[in-house]
Write a protein that binds this ligand. Structure first.
Ligand code: ASP
Length: 389
């Protein structure tokens, strides 16, 4: 399914990439070289500085190769991640809630065309952007999620409204958009989500699918960007394609997410995504599924990125927190085990960011890269992308 995936996973395991964060990096801008950041992110030692509060973010995991990422593109992506960290930190440093920090950070990434969420969402098979998002508050265990929305600029905010202004946890499609209207959330034209890059990504995915000899119904060209979704005819054997970056040719999952621990010791998690390029039939991934791609309780918060079907079937986010709760495992150990053992054995590619209520951080991923970052009490943003420094 993913060429050379098992060998990549094997290498990842050999490297014992715990990715426990020691927030010692001194990155002050997106231009700071990767090596120092990566070194800070790649220690198996317990953090030497244990923050009382902080924020961790991701901008997707996958096959992200250094040689295919131009310096300009890398700098731009690091800048967005840095801005997202600073937006969350601005909330936390004033004593704000973890949930507010999570949504502030995610909004920055949703508004960027570089990440597969909000503005940068990938196209489904019908040439439509179909967005999913979820939030969860660890203290109250309240949660909100939306799936399959087409006209919501910041799905993370709508997910939060579902949590706060409705008796429900999850709303989908037209119903979710009707709820948005009832809450005064403006619906944007579907064209807002059009980016040439994502459109080319879909074309490339379709070409690859056609080259593999997909069934006739899967060989059709997508509709004009921004049109209403067509009604696809279910076909056996339909396939999903990890987001194909037309600039780099890499396969990646560009979902965004954040987890935060606030000064009051409360955890929160959120995730937002366009799903997977060429998805079809109303496919919903793990991101808006509480316990799969997003989860928070009083001791642990997780946001995931990767091949959603695996994360749903292995209830990845909740599994990590359950291991912390029932086995009393340190969070990094629990997160590493699920990503590098459970998921690898299942063939599931991706990663998570996680925090516990002591402020420990884990960022394991079994792919070659994951856009990620951390900010603690000192306000110094640390950003990393690749596995190897
Ligand atoms: N997990 C997302 C999904 O399957 C994809 C991603 O992480 O980019 O919808």
């Amino acid at each position: 399914m993913f060429p050379s995936f098992s060998s990549r996973m094997h290498r990842g395991l050999l490297a014992s990439t715990a990715l426990l964060l020691a927030p010692l990096g001194c990155a002050t801008s997106s231009q700071v070289g990767a090596a120092r950041d990566e070194a800070a992110l790649r220690t198996d030692e317990p953090p030497r500085v244990k923050p009382k509060w902080g924020l961790v973010i991701h901008g997707g995991a996958g096959v992200i190769s250094r040689e295919n990422l131009s310096p300009e593109r890398e700098a731009a992506m690091r800048a967005v991640l840095t801005e997202a960290l600073q937006a969350g930190h601005a909330v936390l440093v004033k004593g704000g809630r973890g949930m507010d920090a999570v949504t502030a950070a995610i909004r920055v990434m949703e508004d960027s065309p570089y990440f597969n969420a909000g503005k940068g969402a990938v196209f489904n098979h019908d040439g439509v952007n179909e967005l999913d998002a979820a939030v969860m508050d660890g203290k109250t265990r309240m949660a909100g999620a939306v799936a399959g929305v087409h006209h919501i600029q910041n799905p993370i905010d709508l997910a939060r409204l579902v949590m706060e202004k409705s008796p429900h946890v999850m709303m989908v499609g037209d119903g979710a958009e009707a709820f948005a209207k009832s809450q005064g959330v403006p619906l944007v034209d579907a064209k807002y989500f059009y980016t040439e890059e994502r459109w080319q990504g879909l074309q490339r995915a379709l070409e690859q699918e056609n080259a593999k000899g997909a069934p006739p119904a899967e060989q059709g060209q997508p509709s004009t960007p921004g049109q209403s979704p067509a009604q696809p005819q279910p076909q056996p054997g339909s396939s999903l394609t990890p987001g194909v970056d037309p600039i780099t040719g890499d396969h990646k999952f560009g979902t965004v997410g954040a987890v935060a621990l606030d000064m009051d010791g409360n955890l929160a998690a959120g995730t937002s995504t366009g799903g997977m390029t060429n998805k079809r039939f109303g496919r919903v991934g793990d991101s808006p599924i509480i316990g799969a791609g997003t989860y928070a309780d009083e001791r642990c918060a997780v946001s995931a990125t990767g091949h959603g079907e695996f994360f749903i079937r292995y209830t990845v986010a909740r599994d990590i927190c359950a291991r912390v709760e029932y086995q009393d495992l340190p969070l990094p150990e629990a997160a590493n085990f699920v990503i590098h053992d459970v998921l690898v054995k299942a063939g599931g590619e991706g990663g998570v960011i996680a925090m516990d209520r002591q402020g420990h951080v884990a960022m394991p991923f079994n792919s070659s890269g994951m856009y990620r970052g951390y900010i603690g009490e000192d306000g110094t943003p640390t950003v990393a992308i690749f596995q190897q420094p």
